[in-house]
Design a protein around this ligand. Structure first.
Ligand code: TRP
Length: 431
C-alpha cells in the first residue's frame, strides 16, 4: 500500500495508431513493470459515448485497445486492468463530485470552451451541438481518478487542466465530508515523443494522417512510403530538422541508430532508401506484438474474461470505498443512529503511534488502532529524531504523506488499504 498508485485511461473511440503507441501505450506498459508502483489501466468507454454514437465502433475500439495493451506487454496479473463501464461505482461517484463542483469551473474546461468558441466564431448559438456529456467530461474523469485515490496520473500537457480539476474536486469533497480523497498529481511525460503523422502535423485521428499500430506489414510499408518529404534528389544532403520521417524513426531507434540516420541524411541518402530503413526498424519492434494482437483479436472471449477479472479486482476497492462515501454524504441505512457529527469516519477508533528501539540499535515506530491492530510499521531509523520527523509528516498530512514515505513504511497486509487511509485522516481530523 505504501507504493505509489498510477492510473491511466484511454478513450475507446478509435483504432490505436503509432502515435498512441509511442505516446501512451508503450510508456504505460514500461511503467507497469516497475516494482514500486501499483497501477490502474482502463478502457474509458463511458468517455467514448461523448464523441461517438456508433455502437459497433465503440465495441470494436474497446476490443482493439484492450488487445493492443495486452499485445504490448501489459500483464493483467500485475496491474489492475479493467473497462470503465464495468465499475458502476464510477458513475455514482461522478454524481457525488458533480454536486461539489462549481458550474463556473466546468465552463472554463478547454474542450468545452473550444466547442463554444467555435460556435460563436461561426455565428451559431454558443451551445449548438454541445452535449451535457462534453460539459461534464472533467467530472467523469475526476471520478475515474478519485475512485482509486490515484496519486499520479501520467498525461500529456493537454490534460493537465483535468487533473487540476480533479484535485479541486478532492479538496471540495474532503472539506465538506472529511478526508476521503488524495488529491492526484499530473505526471507530465516530457520525454515521450509527440509523433508527427503522414503529413507532418501531429499524428491524430482528427487530421486523418495516422499509421495504424497493427497495420499489416505491406500496408505499414506503403504508409511509411507516403510520409511527406521535401523534393531533394538522391545524393543531395537532407536536414533532419522538420523531417517527419526522421522524428518517427527516432521514436523507435536507439541513440546510435538515430545518429547513423542523421549521418545518412547529411550524406544524401535517397528518400526511398530512408523510408525502407524506417519501415524495417519500426516493423522489427511491432512484428512480434502484431502476432499477439491478431491472436487476441481472434479471441474476444479471452479479452472479455481478462477485463471482467480486472473489474472484480477494481471493485474490491471501489465497492467498499463507495459504501464509505455514501455514508459520509448521508445516504445511509435509516436504522443506523442519526448523528450530527456527520463528517467523521468512525470505523477505526483513534489509533496511536508507538515508538521503540530494537536490539539492532535502530529506532522504529508503528501505528496501531485501539484494538492493538497493526496498521503501519516503519523501517529502522538511525535516530529518534528521524523517526519523529516521519510521524510528524503523517500527523500533518495524513494519507497524502504516504507516497513520500514509501520506502520508510510498510502497511500491514491484513488491513485494508482504505482503512489505513481512513485512520490517518481520522488522526488529522482529531487535531
Ligand atoms: N481523457 C483521456 C483521453 O482523452 C482518457 C481518460 C479518461 C483518462 N479518464 C481518464 C486519462 C483518467 C487519465 C485518467 O485520452
Amino acid at each position: 500500500m505504501s507504493s505509489t498508485r498510477f492510473l491511466t485511461g484511454i478513450t475507446t473511440s478509435g483504432t490505436p495508431h503509432l502515435g498512441n503507441y509511442v505516446g501512451s501505450i508503450r510508456p504505460s506498459v514500461r511503467h507497469s513493470l516497475r516494482a514500486d508502483v501499483e497501477s490502474f489501466y482502463f478502457l474509458a468507454d463511458y468517455h467514448a459515448l461523448i464523441k461517438i454514437d456508433e455502437p459497433s465502433r465503440i465495441q470494436r475500439s474497446t476490443l482493439e485497445i484492450a488487445a493492443s495493451w495486452l499485445a504490448a506487454g501489459l500483464d493483467p496479473e500485475r496491474v489492475i486492468f479493467y473497462r470503465q463501464s464495468d465499475i458502476p461505482e464510477i458513475p455514482e461517484l461522478t454524481w457525488f463530485l458533480t454536486c461539489v463542483t462549481g458550474k463556473g469551473v466546468l465552463n472554463r474546461a478547454h474542450a468545452y470552451k473550444a466547442s463554444v468558441d467555435k460556435n460563436i466564431n461561426a455565428g451559431d448559438d454558443p451551445d449548438s451541438d454541445v452535449s451535457a456529456g462534453l460539459f461534464m467530461y472533467p467530472v467523469l474523469m475526476g471520478a475515474d481518478i478519485l475512485m482509486f485515490n490515484a496519486h499520479k496520473v501520467p498525461v500529456g500537457r493537454d490534460q493537465i487542466q483535468h487533473i487540476e480539476m480533479a484535485r479541486d474536486m478532492a479538496h471540495s469533497f474532503n472539506h465538506r465530508y472529511g478526508e476521503h480523497f488524495v488529491p492526484p498529481e499530473a505526471e507530465i511525460e516530457d520525454d515521450v515523443a509527440t509523433l508527427p503523422g503522414l503529413d507532418g502535423r501531429k499524428m491524430s485521428k482528427s487530421y486523418d494522417n495516422t499509421i495504424p499500430l497493427f497495420a499489416p506489414r505491406e500496408q505499414l510499408k506503403k504508409l511509411i512510403a507516403s510520409i511527406v518529404t521535401d523534393s531533394s534528389a538522391p545524393g543531395e544532403p537532407k536536414t533532419v530538422e522538420g523531417s517527419a520521417l526522421f522524428q518517427i524513426y527516432q521514436a523507435f531507434a536507439t541513440p546510435e541508430e538515430t545518429a547513423d540516420l542523421r549521418q545518412a541524411y547529411a550524406d544524401g541518402i535517397a528518400w526511398g532508401d530512408a523510408k525502407q530503413l524506417v519501415f524495417e526498424r519500426i516493423d522489427r519492434e511491432i512484428a512480434p506484438m502484431r502476432e499477439a494482437y491478431l491472436a487476441l483479436m481472434n479471441d474476444p472471449a479471452k479479452i472479455e474474461t481478462i477485463l471482467l477479472a480486472g473489474a472484480a479486482k477494481a471493485r474490491q476497492i471501489a465497492t467498499p470505498f463507495m459504501g464509505r462515501l455514501r455514508s459520509a454524504v448521508g445516504l445511509r441505512d435509516l436504522r443506523a443512529q442519526v448523528s450530527n457529527r456527520a463528517t467523521k469516519t468512525t470505523k477505526i477508533a483513534k489509533p496511536v503511534y508507538k515508538q521503540y528501539r530494537e536490539r539492532d540499535g535502530k529506532f522504529y515506530f508503528k501505528l496501531v488502532d485501539t484494538d492493538g491492530r497493526l496498521l503501519l510499521q516503519s523501517m529502522g531509523f538511525d535516530s529518534p529524531k528521524d523517526a519523529g520527523q516521519s510521524i510528524a509528516l503523517l500527523q500533518t498530512q495524513g494519507a497524502s504523506a504516504l507516497p513520500a514515505l514509501a520506502d520508510k513504511l510498510q502497511a500491514s497486509s491484513d488491513v485494508d488499504a482504505q482503512d489505513i487511509h481512513a485512520a490517518l485522516q481520522l488522526m488529522l481530523d482529531a487535531d
